[in-house]
Structures are given as C-alpha cells and as structure tokens.
Unconditional design. Structure first.
Length: 217
C-alpha cells in the first residue's frame, strides 16, 4: 500500500462495481479510509443488494486498509447526510468526496417515459447535489478538501440517451458552479469524463458475444 492519502477519509458513491469500485480500491491503496457506498441496485436503479459494497470493504480490509460499507440511496437527502455523518463518526473526518453513482434507462426520445427521465435525473443530478451539499458544510469548515464528480462523454450527445446525456452534461455545469462556491474556502471541485466497459455500458448481447469469444452480430 502507498501512503499519499494516509490519514485521509473518502466517500465514494456507487462504489460496489465498475468505475466506483476501482476508484475506491485506488484510494484505499494510497492509504485513505473509505466509506464504500452502494445501493446495490441494477443498472436501471431497481432492486437492492448489500453484497457489492460488502465485497469491496472485505477486499480493502484484506489488503490492510480501512473501509466501512454504506447502503444508502444518493437520491435520498437524508441518506446522503447520514453518509457524511458515518464517515465522521467512524473515521473522525472527511477529506474526499467522489460522486460516482449512476443508472441508465436508455430509450429513443420518442419512446422515453417521464419516469425514465426523472429516474436518471434523480440519481445523477440530485445524487451529486445531495452528497455535495452535506460534504461541503464539513469542507467549508476545514477550508480544504476535494470533490470529484463523474460526468461522461455521453454528455456531448449520444443516441438513445437524452436523459443520461442531459444529466451528465448538467454535472459539468454543476461542477463549475460548486468550484466557484467552494474555491474561496480552499475546496477543489472537478469533473471527469471516464470511458469504461462496465455493466452499465455493455448490452446483454455484447456480454454474450464476449463469452463466446466473438463480436456481437
């Protein structure tokens, strides 16, 4: 393990799988204690399973790191507040927030339902707001710390993703404004546009083809 983040405490949302999982493992590998948040939902946000968060915590502890699981929903304002409180109650501080949780409900615009639009906006935009809102109170008092928001290349436009694209590009402007709000207190806020093959981005057809060792038809 490294020590560049020794003594630091992080929250990572959507940390049980995919990008969030490896962000979490990376933070822990550099010495940070991590609150591993994962609602345990499917790609569309439905369902719930404590397994993903628990497995990541287990992996971190096996490697000699510190971590605790959290199963709250980023959509819930109170759950977000509880996440921040858990970090402080467990590890006595909070230094890093990584907003990563997300879902997909892809549909061509002429078939998209209001519920599909609202669900994606809630997890991505409201989820980013909820955690940032509560963490920023702590960060302002400490006059330091880091917020990392997760946008996407899809924010530049992508077929069948009007909801996701709008939410992800909204995160960019949210980041710019939070950076202005919090910069005067020594808090950095940045956004990333990662590209990765995860369960959110690979269709069942592509997964089946990969298992067969052949390209999808």
């Amino acid at each position: 393990m490294g020590d560049r983040l020794k003594g630091k405490v992080a929250i990572v949302t959507g940390a049980g799988r995919g990008i969030g999982k490896f962000e979490t493992l990376g933070l822990a590998a550099e010495g940070a204690a991590v609150v591993v948040n994962d609602f345990g939902g499917g790609p569309d946000g439905t369902g719930g399973d404590k397994g993903p968060a628990d497995e990541v915590v287990k992996e971190i502890k096996k490697g000699g790191g510190q971590a605790v699981a959290n199963y709250g929903s980023v959509v819930n304002f109170s759950d977000a507040e509880a996440m921040v409180k858990q970090a402080i109650d467990t590890f006595r501080r909070l230094d890093i927030l990584v907003n990563n949780a997300g879902i997909l409900r892809d549909r061509m615009i002429f078939n998209m339902t209001a519920e599909e639009w609202d669900a994606v906006m809630a997890v991505h935009l409201k989820g980013h707001f909820n955690l940032t809102r509560h963490a920023s109170v702590v960060f302002r008092q400490q006059r330091s710390d880091i917020i990392v928001n997760t946008s996407s290349e899809s924010g530049l436009g992508n077929v069948g993703q009007a909801n996701y694209s709008a939410a992800k590009e909204g995160i960019i402007d949210f980041t710019r404004t939070v950076a202005r709000d919090m910069g005067r207190y020594g808090v950095r806020c940045n956004a990333i546009r990662p590209r990765a093959a995860t369960r959110l981005t690979i269709s069942p057809e592509m997964k089946a083809a990969a298992q067969r060792g052949a390209p999808p038809a």
